[in-house]
Design a binder for this molecule. Structure first.
Ligand code: AMP
Length: 502
């Protein structure tokens, strides 16, 4: 039995720096100070009568107080439910009702829209603005230092998955899940208390909160805690950091800037990347420019991290690396539990202490995504190499079935991306009277490039079977992406749904 907060050892490390902030007058916050802030907020939770297992829904900007609130919730066994700050009123209403929140912490600007719902479900609302002020900090009176003795399978946090179809589902992550995953990553990536991480990710998502904060706090390291990614900030702070965790967009943006060179990253020992596929060419370009090979890893909200390229050893472009120690990965024929051979593409499945407890109040949906013997069906398609490196080929839902043949979008995208004048592409299936679905390419061309639809189709003709060729090619200035850098294929599919049927 242990509570994740014990692993942060806030008291034992009282004098070590935990967070450095450019935007805060205090500038540097020690583990001790972070623990004191968490204890203040834990006091508010206790005073409000919140008990272990109660839900606190949090929709506020990234700030030290927000992080301290997360720690306070862990400390009291209260379930922390962070929401994407971009959610609109109707979406928030769904999350509030679904969680049955006891307390909602939101930006002062959101109170008016949220109150009718919180009144209805008898939840209290406290506010916290981006500077860390509001009725939440105002409510602080008596600190509470007592740590609730959580069991490993008690829920620490519920994170709603983006859900490309249907309503978002709340993934329940336990203290045991979070402890096992963060300690595996801290070991594998050799994170030490002398490390300084440039933290520019949001903390409402598993990447920034569980991979970023949990790993760093568990290792006693420091975070340069920035509200968001921006190029100038990254360039100013990289010389003071040793580790950066990013999404592919961070790396492509930094590569587009002349300031990125070996001297800028001279003090860095680790760049990690995940949440969306990193193009092999970005990986290679980064290594050429900086001399550092990006360490790509793969995971999802429901499972935490599943695989990681090695710290010592080959970081293979286009691969997400072998399974983490203690985690098992297999590839099965979609829709069955038949395990496939090395090299064959199928459904990625995972088993281990990192795998979540289930979807909040959705036992049937949970059961549908597990085999009876405990393997979780990730929904991602991939293959394993002979030496156990996983390659992700795309989401199962992205698979295009055209004229009865399976087309893996990634394969077509890789060919298109390699063409001169192409920046990137997304391949989707659109409803088609003859083919069922028609392979359709959405392409971002380099400015001034002469590439056009016929050019793309002609270039692919010799390289791909006819059924994989895009029937149409759409050109856009940029692909739609969410805050985690994932291309929003569902949005593209709905926008162009009538392309072949209209
Ligand atoms: P989320 O639950 O928002 O973290 O999204 C998880 C999904 O992101 C996975 O199921 C994958 O489809 C995708 N993903 C995460 N990391 C990678 C990666 N390194 N390469 C490719 N896809 C990734």
């Amino acid at each position: 039995m242990s509570n994740l907060i014990e692993k942060f050892d806030l008291t034992g490390r009282a004098d070590l720096p935990a967070l450095a902030l450019r935007s805060d007058s205090e500038n540097q916050i020690t583990y001790g100070a972070l623990g004191a802030r968490a204890a203040d907020l834990a006091g508010v939770l206790v005073q409000r009568g919140l008990c272990a297992g109660d839900r606190v829904v949090v929709k506020v900007e990234k700030s030290v107080v927000n992080l301290a609130l997360y720690i306070a919730c862990l400390q009291r066994g209260v379930i922390y439910v962070p929401l994407n700050t971009g959610y609109r009123a109707q979406e928030v209403e769904y999350f509030l009702r679904d969680t049955g929140a006891r307390l909602v912490v939101c930006d002062p600007d959101d109170v008016a829209v949220i109150s009718p719902v919180t009144d209805d479900i008898s939840a209290e609302v406290l506010t916290l603005d981006r500077n860390g002020a509001g009725s939440l900090p105002d409510a602080i009176s008596e600190p509470c230092f007592e740590i609730y003795p959580t069991a490993d399978d008690e829920v620490a946090s519920i994170l709603y998955t983006s859900g490309t179809t249907g309503k978002p589902k709340g993934a329940m992550l336990t203290h045991g899940n979070l402890i096992s995953n963060a300690s595996a990553l801290a070991d594998l990536w050799q994170v030490r208390d002398r490390d300084v991480m440039l933290h520019m990710l949001p903390i409402f998502h598993a990447h920034g909160l569980f991979v970023g904060c949990n790993v760093m706090l568990m290792a006693g390291a420091q975070m340069l805690f920035e509200s968001r990614f921006d190029l100038d900030g990254a360039n100013a702070l990289l010389p003071h950091a040793t580790v950066m965790m990013g999404i592919p967009t961070f790396y492509t943006r930094m590569l587009s800037d002349d300031r990125l060179d070996r001297s800028l990253v001279a003090g860095m020992r680790l760049f990690t990347c995940g949440s969306a596929p990193l193009l092999a060419e970005t990986h290679i370009a980064w290594t050429e420019r900086t001399g550092c090979a990006i360490l790509e890893r793969y995971g999802m909200t429901e499972t935490g991290m599943i695989t990681s390229n090695p710290y010592d050893g080959e970081r293979r472009p286009g691969s997400v690396g072998p399974a983490l120690p203690g985690v098992a990965v297999r590839i099965t024929r979609s829709g069955s539990d038949e395990v496939l051979q090395q090299g064959e593409i199928g459904m990625v499945e995972v088993k281990g202490p990192n795998v979540f407890k289930g979807y909040w109040r959705l036992p049937e949906k949970t059961a549908a995504e597990f085999h009876p013997d405990g393997w979780f069906i990730t929904g991602d398609l991939g293959s394993l190499s002979e030496d156990g490196y996983l390659q992700i080929v795309g989401r199962g839902k992205d698979l295009v079935i055209s004229g009865g043949y399976n087309v893996y979008p990634k394969e077509v995208e890789t060919e298109i991306d390699a063409l001169d004048g192409v920046v990137e592409s997304a391949v989707i299936g659109l409803s088609h009277a003859d083919f069922g679905e028609a392979v359709t390419a959405v392409v971002v061309a380099e400015p001034g490039s002469a590439i056009d639809e016929q050019g793309v189709q002609a270039a692919l003709r010799d390289r791909l079977a006819a059924f994989k060729l895009p029937k149409k090619v759409i050109f856009l200035d940029a692909l739609p992406r969410n805050t985690m850098g994932k291309v929003q294929k569902a949005q593209l599919r709905s926008e162009y749904s009538g392309l072949y049927t209209a």
